[in-house]
Write a protein that binds this ligand. Structure first.
Ligand code: MF3
Ligand code: CO
Length: 258
């Protein structure tokens, strides 16, 4: 079943989502060649706990860390560890928190130092596809309208949309109904109604859409080993306008000052 939220509940999800944005900004401050993904995870966990919240991913289905840190051809669910970030890497950082009984969930892709133009474009266009999906997410439209816009936008560049993982409702649970695919047909899927809170999270591959899961049971990698990017916002459907609950503002302030 779908849990529609009251205005008060939406404000609590906003608080959780904004804390995720601040956490990702703190992570952004630390991203540089030479740092390990485990060090980034510690920065995030300490920051979240210092703000009176709990890491939302740790322990979820047995997931062992605060962040998912996914480098280059890793699409999502990279487990932080001894991997050292290198100049030219792109790294998707996905973070969830639990605060006041509600989850926040958001993700951003970063370049490490100077990155090749093709990776920069992949990240920029993946972020743009997220905003095009959000633009389509109006009351009365359907989840397929969101997926259609994301897919149509990125495929014109020869990129592909990952099919095996999708966006989702969010609230008292990290993953709620409905599923929000980043591909689809106009007019298909679940109707978007006021009070619905969803995470839209395009995972866009530079090459083919197929992915493989590593033997660690988590890491999802592109089958062709080409890079992938990932951005995620939580949004609330309201009468008339769509309300973006998470924010990249703090993150981008850090990036501009680097
Ligand atoms: N962040 C993922 C999402 O956006 C979920 C991560 S699952 C976890 O839906 F187990 F890694 F936490
Ligand atoms: Co999510």
């Amino acid at each position: 079943m779908i849990y529609y939220k009251t205005d008060e509940e939406i404000e609590l999800i906003r608080l959780s989502s904004l804390l995720v944005g601040k956490t990702l900004a703190e992570v952004a401050r630390h991203i540089r060649p030479g740092i390990t993904t485990a060090e980034l995870d510690k920065v995030a966990e300490d920051f979240i706990r210092d703000h009176g919240a709990i890491p939302g991913f740790k322990g979820y289905m047995g997931y062992p860390a605060t962040l998912c840190v996914s480098v280059n051809d890793v699409v999502v669910h990279g487990i932080p560890g001894e991997q050292v970030l290198q100049e030219g890497d792109i790294v998707s950082v996905d973070c969830g928190v639990l605060l006041n009984g509600f989850y926040g969930d958001s993700a951003y892709s970063f370049g490490v130092g100077e990155i090749p133009e093709e990776k920069r474009l992949l990240m920029e266009r993946t972020k743009e596809s997220l905003y095009r999906g959000i633009e389509a997410a109006k009351a009365g439209k359907r989840t397929g309208d969101i997926g259609y816009e994301i897919q149509a936008y990125v495929e014109q560049f020869g990129y592909s949309v990952v099919r095996d993982l999708v966006g989702h409702g969010v609230g008292r649970h990290l993953h709620e109904k409905p599923e929000v695919p980043n591909f689809g047909k106009r007019g298909a899927g679940t109707m978007l109604q006021p009070g619905l809170v969803i995470c839209i999270e395009p995972m866009i591959n530079a090459g083919r859409r197929q992915v493989v899961q590593e033997r660690d049971g988590w890491t999802i990698r592109t089958a062709d080993r080409k890079p992938s990017a990932h951005f995620e916002h939580a949004i609330a459907i309201r009468e008339g306008k769509t309300d973006i609950l998470s924010s990249f503002e703090e993150i981008e302030k850090v990036l501009e000052s680097k």
